[in-house]
Design a binder for this molecule. Structure first.
Ligand SMILES: *[C@@H]1O[C@H](CO)[C@@H](O)[C@H](O)[C@H]1NC(C)=O
Length: 341
């Protein structure tokens, strides 16, 4: 059960800056990308009109898709060093990844076109640092990054549902594409491609915080206010695991968490008020397990039982928020993705 957790722990502790090759971004797509992606930008005339709320949310989506696109373009370049990349069920891994990289470029181009067509600022890519050393860690991180992207797209649909319902179907048409990517990564790791009944939505703010783990500090230029105004939470890392306490009957185990930047926490955050680990999985209301602090200041929490696929955990000091947006407002640190099944 815990074998997949290693890449997350790595992502938490490995943050060295690396040189990043030149990336293809924006709407100026090289002609071969359309072939590689299996289709280019939509040829529908005009640009759908976005509300200000829609613009803000698509700027965040632009930030996230830039990261995904960079990850897969960089990974594709790495494949040439790793060798042919092998096959999965007789299909060339390199061929799949080149499709993914091209599809992400078209997604970025579509969002950039949507924003600029509405007279809004698009979002320039930052520099990124990924804790990838070989093909296996690339696929494992691909699973995490894609799951975050999928959760964020569902959150985006929810955020657009009242102000911009006309664009929801377009967002919906990206979701299964991302899900096919994720299914592929799961199969490369010997996991079944379809672990859950529902996908797990996350808020744009959570997705932004998850993305920041891979962004080289100070490398983002000219970000719009919709992004610079988002709250930044300290990281939550996993430093150990053990058997469950008696607090949560049937818990599959206990995880030990550590706040990455305690100086970002409010004075006295771990004294007095009860702390909880919030667990978000599928379409369920957030669940909470009590947190105990050990002598090192590390945080012990039982894993909420009956979760499947990818869950997200965040440190909070309340156990009453019943939806992801309210939980986001009450987040003290994290979130962190927890691959379970
Ligand atoms: C590509 O390889 C470099 C050098 O090993 C590594 O630092 C980087 O994280 C890799 N990136 C991806 C996305 O595979």
């Amino acid at each position: 059960m815990y074998s997949l957790i290693v890449p997350i722990a790595l992502s938490f502790f490995t943050k060295s800056a690396v040189a990043v090759p030149a990336l293809i971004t924006g709407t100026a797509l090289p002609p071969q990308i359309t072939q590689q992606a299996g289709g280019g930008l939509s040829n529908q005339p005009g640009t759908p009109k976005l509300s200000q709320n829609g613009i803000n949310n698509f700027q965040v989506a632009n930030f996230l898709e830039n990261l995904e696109s960079a990850f897969f373009q960089e990974g594709l370049m790495n494949f040439t060093r790793w060798g042919s990349g092998g096959t999965t069920n007789g299909v060339s891994n390199m061929n799949v990844v080149s499709h993914i990289a091209a599809q992400e470029e078209v997604h970025v181009a579509s969002i950039v076109g949507l924003l600029t067509g509405n007279g809004a600022q698009d979002v320039q890519p930052c520099q990124y640092s990924f804790p990838v050393t070989d093909e296996t860690s690339f696929f494992a991180l691909g699973n995490i990054i894609t799951s975050v992207g999928i959760g964020a797209l569902i959150g985006l649909q929810s955020a657009l549902s009242t102000t911009d319902p006309g664009i929801e179907a377009t967002v919906g048409s990206i979701l299964p594409v991302e899900s096919r990517h994720d299914a592929f990564f799961r199969i490369t790791a010997g996991e079944i491609p379809n672990p859950t009944t529902f996908e797990t939505p996350i808020s744009g703010i959570w997705a932004y915080n998850l993305a920041l783990d891979f962004v080289v500090g100070g490398s983002c230029k000219n970000l719009p206010q919709s992004i610079t105004s988002l709250p930044v939470f300290p990281d939550l890392g996993i430093v150990g695991y053990g058997g469950p306490s008696f607090a949560t009957p049937n818990a599959p185990g206990e995880l030990v968490f550590r706040v990455g930047q305690p100086s970002m926490m409010q004075q006295g955050w771990n004294k007095g008020t009860p702390l909880y680990m919030a667990w978000v999985n599928q379409d369920n209301v957030p669940a909470y397990t009590p947190v105990t602090t050990d002598a090192n200041g590390d945080l012990h929490a039982d894993v909420q039982p009956n979760m499947f696929g990818m869950a997200f955990a965040a440190l909070t000091n309340q156990n009453t928020a019943t939806n992801i947006d309210d939980l986001t407002k009450a987040t003290l640190a994290g979130p962190i993705p927890i691959p379970l099944t």
